[in-house]
Design a protein around this ligand. Structure first.
Ligand code: C5P
Length: 313
């Protein structure tokens, strides 16, 4: 076929613990990642010229080779030059629904969709592990975005262990449209302030055991204990982002007062989410926080937790 449409869901972090630094400048993480229904739509179309083109109506999204979706197509083209020559170029159209630079893996999930779409369009027949390897080359969150659902993510974030689905729950997300937090800044600041709390050898047996169990949150998920899951939401990066971004701290406090199951910042922020039992509760909390903070550039979204990664439609 000459065109494919894919759904690319966002993710939130139910848990993010930084357990060590790495020689490559990255950090050893123990995370629990969760897909949500809020998703971009990616359309791929074969074009006559031997080129990769990215189009997106959202002015915040780069349309050049710095776009991760472009880099995903380039990675496939470089790895399979004969297929690129045979099938020609591709136009990537991104319909953006996930807020940009938000800590919700919007760019990573678009890149994951391009990998899945080009695998089909160029008839590569890649296995899941092969797709996951390519995904890890693009970014730490891209492998999870491919697989989706609920998963423990360790290493840089690319080693995944699936967990039972939590897709009966909802989230309210809130983000200031003009606010962005640099992810490298957040990790570097954390390293300089809290590096002395790292497990000394993050590749040790102790660290491995820690990763596999990753504490009470995994138990709460296995027991389907929603109240506990809400209480155990955790993100080390809040320790550096909240003191430096008073607007995010204010949001976080407003959600805390709202009676949700729990609230947390996602990834390196600045999106804050509240976990809710039902859509009705999510709408109630949205209205309450909207009344508490009147800021014209504050955006809200209600989304259901999802068991899906990239889907072809
Ligand atoms: O992998 P990705 O390009 O998405 O990571 C963005 C940035 O986040 C990295 O440049 C790095 O500063 C930080 N990071 C990290 N350790 C990780 C994942 C990301 O330090 N495990």
């Amino acid at each position: 076929m000459r065109s494919y449409s894919l759904i690319a869901p966002a993710k939130i972090n139910l848990y993010l613990e930084i357990i060590g630094d790495r020689a490559d400048g990255y950090h050893e993480l123990v995370m629990i990642l969760q897909s949500i229904d809020l998703a971009d739509k990616i359309d791929l179309r074969a074009i006559g010229t031997q080129s990769i083109q990215v189009h997106c109506e959202d002015a915040e999204v780069p349309q050049d080779d710095s776009n991760l979706a472009y880099r995903a197509a380039k990675l496939i083209a470089d790895n399979f030059p004969e297929r690129f020559a045979q099938f020609g170029g591709v136009e990537i159209n991104i319909k953006k629904n996930i807020p940009v630079a938000a800590g919700l893996a919007g760019g990573s999930t678009d890149a994951a969709a391009v990998l899945v779409g080009l695998d089909m369009m160029w008839q590569l027949g890649l296995t899941q592990p092969e797709l996951q390897d390519l995904a890890a080359k693009l970014g730490s969150d891209v492998p999870f975005c491919l697989a989706g659902g609920t998963a423990i993510a360790t290493g840089r974030g690319e080693e995944l262990d699936p967990l039972p689905s939590l897709d009966s729950l909802y989230v309210v997300l809130a983000k200031y449209r003009n606010l962005a937090v640099s992810t490298p800044w957040a990790y570097q600041t954390y390293r300089s302030q809290f590096g002395d709390t790292y497990i000394r050898d993050a590749n040790s047996l102790e660290a491995r055991a820690h990763r596999v169990h990753s504490g009470p949150m995994v138990q709460a998920i296995l027991n389907d204990n929603m109240g506990e899951i809400g209480k155990l939401l955790y993100n080390d990066l809040e320790k550096v982002v909240l003191p430096n971004y008073p607007e995010v701290l204010q949001l976080r406090k407003a959600f805390e007062r709202s009676g949700a199951l729990g609230t947390m910042m996602s990834g390196s922020g600045p999106t804050v989410f509240a976990l809710c039992q039902s859509e009705g509760e999510a709408q109630r909390i949205l209205q309450e926080v909207k009344r508490a903070i009147s800021a014209p550039d504050l955006g809200f979204w209600v989304s259901r937790l999802s068991k899906h990664g990239i889907q072809v439609i």
